[in-house]
Unconditional design. Structure first.
Length: 185
């Protein structure tokens, strides 16, 4: 009976981890294939600020803001940014859970560091919101926003690499244990 409870709990945790991954990726796909293309269309085919992985300058932001339609600006504020408030929460939760699982809870610092995803993405969203709402562009605000966009992309990719590395490490360890057990029997 105790084993059944343990297996059920383990399965529920994996189910929750997978659910956070799937839901975050559904949101990501909505943004990639609906909101970002719509914003690009509404800004004469310029990339939305969030999508500029290498950052942007004051001139880039001024061009984007002067090109995006009022409808596009409204969509950015009322559709894209709210979606981008949910996505980092789900993705960060996935990272925290999977890292805890892959390290068997032995690296709480790494799991907690995944909360940086939310902090950085929210700060970037706030900067973009302020840029979209202002009539004039502040070079300081653009600089902060650009740095946050670059940092966000680095942090997201770093966590994906860490997760893939730990998954590979766990798979190799699992296979080695199976081979060892087989050779001992």
């Amino acid at each position: 009976m105790k084993n059944n409870k343990y297996v059920r709990t383990l399965t529920e945790k994996w189910w929750f981890i997978i659910a956070t991954l799937v839901s975050s990726q559904i949101l990501y796909l909505i943004m990639m294939f609906y909101t970002f293309p719509y914003l690009s269309k509404e800004s004469n085919h310029l990339l939305p600020l969030d999508m500029r992985a290498s950052g942007y300058s004051v001139n880039d932001v001024e061009l984007f803001l002067s090109t995006i339609s009022d409808k596009g600006r409204d969509f950015y504020i009322n559709v894209q940014l709210p979606l981008d408030m949910v996505y980092p929460l789900l993705f960060s939760l996935f990272c925290i859970l999977i890292l805890s699982k892959l390290t068997r809870g032995k690296n709480a610092v790494l799991s907690l560091a995944a909360s940086l995803i939310v902090v950085i993405d929210y700060a970037e969203n706030l900067c973009i919101y302020l840029l979209l709402k202002k009539d004039s562009v502040s070079s300081d605000l653009v600089s902060w926003s650009s740095v946050l966009t670059i940092t966000k992309n680095i942090v997201y990719n770093a966590f994906l690499i860490i997760i893939l590395f730990l998954m590979l490490k766990n798979i190799v360890s699992f296979v080695r244990n199976k081979i060892t057990l087989k050779s001992q029997s």
